[in-house]
Design a protein around this ligand. Structure first.
Ligand SMILES: [Zn+2]
Ligand SMILES: [Zn+2]
Ligand SMILES: [Zn+2]
Length: 313
């Protein structure tokens, strides 16, 4: 009879059992559709369960169901005080820079104080039902989606909204359910490796000392880095304040308005003006190109406007 291989089955007491540890005298069922599986423990082929074809169930849906159960198992162990999964993320330092991206992998622990319940059954108010969900009391804190055949698309990502989520590859979870390498995600906070963290510390020491020279500070809502003034070449602080996430609704607003690049500048400037209190080197100045006044950094020493296209001003 034609069949496909299944690496895990559900035992009569409803636990997930790997084919290697299955017992010939017990019965096992498909983790996806619940049909009985045939245990094969030949001498040549590795032990496995065989699933009948033509039932509407597929290898992909079984892999998806197994991954879901494994993630649940590992998560429950973790809540009960076990070692728990590690999230393996690529270091995100310098991602926004053109010629710099770090290759290091950062291992992160999930925050245990953000999870009290692991569920496979919770439906969100918008009727989306993530494969696995972590809750703290009754509040969803993390959605876990499992990729077998359908990736999380933009509509789903939008529905998940502010809820942190990760998408894990089902096949990778079957190999090691404790190592979670998201193929897509929306997590708060960046993953930064130790050596990049050192670079960041040095940069922040540098920008602090440059701010000190001019008696400037970095008020809340601002980021600062030390740059060299376009005009007098002194090291000066350069402030940014528009920290707009990828999923911010402003991007779809911009798309709907069909704005040109210049118009986007002005639009963002009006929408996200520098918050008060402002560093005195952030000023409202006129730009010839934009033909409007907008917010810019000026050199605290020579008062020159800091822009990559100085001729604009
Ligand atoms: Zn099945
Ligand atoms: Zn790094
Ligand atoms: Zn200057």
């Amino acid at each position: 009879m034609p069949s496909f291989k299944v690496p895990f089955g559900i035992s009569e007491d409803h636990s997930l059992v790997a084919a290697e540890s299955a017992n010939k005298s017990h019965k096992y069922f498909c983790p996806s559709c619940g049909l009985p599986l045939t245990f094969r423990a030949g001498t040549i082929k590795a032990k496995h369960f065989a699933h009948r074809v033509g039932t509407g169930c597929s290898a992909e849906s079984v892999i998806h169901a197994i991954a879901k159960r494994l993630i649940e198992k590992v998560s429950l162990e973790w809540i009960a005080g076990g070692p728990g999964p590690q999230i393996a993320r690529k270091c995100e330092f310098g991602q926004e820079l053109e010629n710099y991206a770090c290759d290091s992998i950062v291992q992160q622990q999930l925050p245990r104080n953000r999870v009290s319940i692991v569920t496979l059954e919770r439906t969100l108010p918008n009727l989306r039902k993530p494969d696995v969900m972590f809750l703290l009391d009754d509040t969803p804190t993390l959605a876990i989606e499992i990729f077998a055949t359908h990736k999380v698309d933009s509509a789903k990502a939008e529905d998940l909204g502010e809820l942190p989520w990760i998408e894990l590859d089902a096949a990778a979870i079957l190999i090691n359910p404790y190592c979670w390498s998201p193929i897509q995600m929306n997590l708060k906070g960046k993953a930064i490796c130790d050596s990049c963290r050192q670079v960041l510390i040095k940069e922040s020491e540098k920008s602090n000392s440059v701010m000190n020279i001019f008696g400037l500070h970095c008020p809340s809502g601002y980021h600062v880095k030390a740059v060299s003034c376009y005009h007098c070449k002194l090291e000066i602080p350069f402030y940014t304040w528009q920290d707009i996430g990828q999923n911010d609704p402003v991007w779809s607003e911009i798309k709907d308005l069909k704005l040109s690049f210049k118009e986007i500048d002005i639009f963002l400037d009006r929408k996200f003006p520098p918050p008060a209190p402002r560093p005195r080197s952030v000023q409202f100045r006129y730009s010839k190109t934009l033909q409007e006044r907008h917010w810019v950094n000026v050199c605290p020493s020579c008062e020159w406007i800091q822009s990559s296209s100085i001729s604009d001003y």
